[in-house]
Design a protein. Structure first.
Length: 606
């Protein structure tokens, strides 16, 4: 029973981290497959027809545009007339053909840590290697009514759109209906689209407003359980997440909801449709095509709107196309009343712990100017919060270490009788008022913080490409100076089968601190257990090597603080430091039939 609980805690920690790494191996940042070929077929089936407003019969978005050839992004943009925009966060344009928001790039985010690398594209035009865009329009259950489609060319009242300066796109069907799209853009990533119809005929018409997002080709994504990538949304107050594989074989999902939102997310970016939060809409998520011709469509259709002769009707919709910045998304949720918009960021099951940890880190970043320093200060705060618990734990461990000589005597005396030795050990613990399980508490306390920080570092864009000091240029990526690259002297792509052995400098520092902390702990009397303990720092060094550098820095710094705290407590209690022995005189054991006889004969089995 010697330190059994402590060993169990350590082993569980190892198994959790090892299992995590095996199940969710680190990989490069998700990007679209550059050579993906787009489809050459219409992606949406013919819209159903029926009576306006009848349940399940309202028409939906029409066919998506066809793609005949693949060209570069710049050439694809130049193929159609456009309205351009440029803000502090976004640069791009809106195609007047189809009124598609299909050219959106992030000004402040680059594809790599090189500031000269291309800006990250969120949406891409038809004609490029992987089109990805949003559209807004009207449909009708009357096939005789001409409505705008993917080939419709709209006219614009202005060549540009900017925050505070919306642009109106207009298309006249030549039969008395004038369709309008008034597009506004704010200082971040939200597009507001007001869809209007003016009826100049002498008859009422019923039309159905719709919005859609289409993504050509299945993107390359990390596929890690810790992070959702793919279609998702909040429907009637409940978050639902779908993987791309859920729609293989041209499957689809249909969901009726009031308010909420629906979209497609990548690791750091997303495109999300936000209907009027008080309106009931019918959402459809589907895949069409296969292989290189696959595409995914997310859309919603509102209820039928009757437009009287001489009247104009307007509906409102929004599109978020940009980076998943926590503060920005939180502001949108409160500003527009978007139900559970914060869930566009995958906080995980333990959001109640992960989210406050992030806000604390960001608050520290605002005051310190460096997320690495914020992690160090966060570690100190965590240590301070659990200081009383850790003190009791380390005090118990110090007492355990002082009792080691006596424990060795019991081992020699009852070595052949494990049950009797455990009984005597328990009596010794009770006499000396020592809790053998107390030593595992610091490890158990550190595990939830470790995983919450891992979630924050892996999921939130605020950590992406954030530097520390020295060679750490990205806290969300593994330490780049590794053994197999000669610590940066021999740049080469290490094969995946060697990643386990590719240890960086910070993981080595972490391993050393873990070893030093281990030397302060009581050594198990069982030689097998002792060998397991000696191997743990090496095992943890290998396991944490591919993890985010910020996480490894946190662990190493936490170990360092624990060493200082434990050292002071051990000095206060007179416990030996390291492997130094100490002579103790514990209280005499109560008389028992065995120890009255004395000698080695007392070790006989009962």
């Amino acid at each position: 029973m010697d330190q059994k609980n402590f060993i169990v805690a350590i082993v569980l920690s190892v198994l959790i981290i090892l299992g995590w790494q095996v199940a969710f191996p680190p990989s490069k940042q998700a990007t679209n497959t550059a050579q993906q070929q787009a489809t050459t077929q219409s992606g949406a089936p013919a819209a159903p027809t029926g009576q306006p407003g009848a349940p399940g019969t309202q028409p939906g978005p029409g066919a998506v545009p066809t793609q005949q050839r693949v060209v570069g992004r710049g050439e694809a943009v130049a193929l159609t007339p456009r309205v351009t925009f440029k803000t502090a966060e976004l640069i791009g344009s809106i195609s007047l053909k189809g009124a598609r928001i299909d050219d959106v790039q992030l000004v402040k985010y680059r594809e790599t840590i090189d500031p000269k690398s291309p800006p990250v594209p969120v949406l891409s035009p038809v004609g490029s290697a992987h089109p990805y865009y949003a559209e807004f329009g009207w449909s009708s259950s009357d096939a005789a009514i001409k409505v705008p489609g993917p080939e419709t060319v709209w006219t614009s009242e202005s060549p540009t759109v900017a925050p505070g300066k919306p642009v109106k796109l207009v298309w006249d069907n030549g039969e008395g209906l004038v369709f309008g799209l008034t597009v506004s853009i704010d200082e971040f990533f939200m597009f507001d689209v007001k869809q209007s119809v003016e009826n100049k005929t002498d008859k009422p018409v019923t039309l159905f407003p719709w919005s859609l997002i289409v993504r050509y080709g299945e993107p390359t994504y990390e596929g890690m359980y810790i992070l959702h990538e793919g279609p998702y949304g909040v429907f009637n107050g409940t978050l639902k997440e779908f993987s791309y594989s859920d729609f293989k074989g041209n499957k689809q999902q249909k969901i009726a909801t009031t308010g909420g939102w629906v979209g497609i997310t990548d690791k750091y970016w997303m495109s999300v449709l936000v209907p009027d939060q008080k309106s009931k809409v019918d959402v459809s998520i589907k895949q069409t095509g296969a292989g290189a011709d696959v595409k995914y469509q997310i859309d919603y259709v509102g209820g039928g709107v009757a437009v009287a002769p001489g009247a104009t009707t307007t509906t409102d919709a929004r599109l978020f196309a940009g980076a998943k910045i926590v503060r920005v998304i939180s502001d949108y949720e409160s500003k527009y009343g978007i139900e559970k918009f914060d869930l566009t960021i995958d906080w995980g099951w333990f959001w109640f712990f992960t989210k406050p940890l992030f806000w604390l880190l960001e608050w520290l970043y605002v005051h310190l100017g460096n997320f690495g320093l914020s992690i160090l200060v966060l570690t100190v705060i965590v240590k301070a919060v659990f200081f009383p618990l850790a003190n009791k734990s380390y005090a118990a461990m110090s007492k355990m270490k002082r009792l080691q000589p006596e424990m060795e005597k019991l081992k020699e005396r009852y070595g052949e009788d494990r049950q009797r030795m455990n009984q005597e050990l328990m009596q010794l613990y009770r006499r000396e008022k020592v809790n053998p399980a107390a030593g595992c508490l610091p490890i158990l306390v550190q595990i939830p913080v470790f995983f919450a920080l891992y979630k924050v570092l892996y999921t939130t864009i605020e950590m992406r490409h954030q530097p520390f000091y020295g060679w750490i240029k990205d806290l969300s990526a593994p330490d780049p100076l590794t053994i197999l690259t000669g610590f940066g002297m021999v740049p080469w792509d290490v094969p995946s089968f060697l990643h386990f052995f590719n240890i960086g400098i910070w993981p080595m520092i972490m391993g050393v601190t873990m070893y030093l902390q281990q030397k302060l702990n009581p050594q198990p009397t069982d030689p097998v257990q002792a060998r397991v303990f000696q191997f743990l720092p090496i095992l943890f060094t290998f396991m944490l090597a591919p993890f985010a550098a910020g996480l490894v820095i946190y662990w190493a710094w936490s170990n360092t603080l624990s060493i200082a705290q434990q050292y002071m407590i051990m000095r206060r209690h007179g416990a030996p430091i390291g492997n130094k022995a100490v002579v103790t005189t514990p209280a005499p054991a109560p008389a028992t039939p065995d120890n009255k006889k004395g000698g080695k004969g007392s070790g006989k089995k009962n």
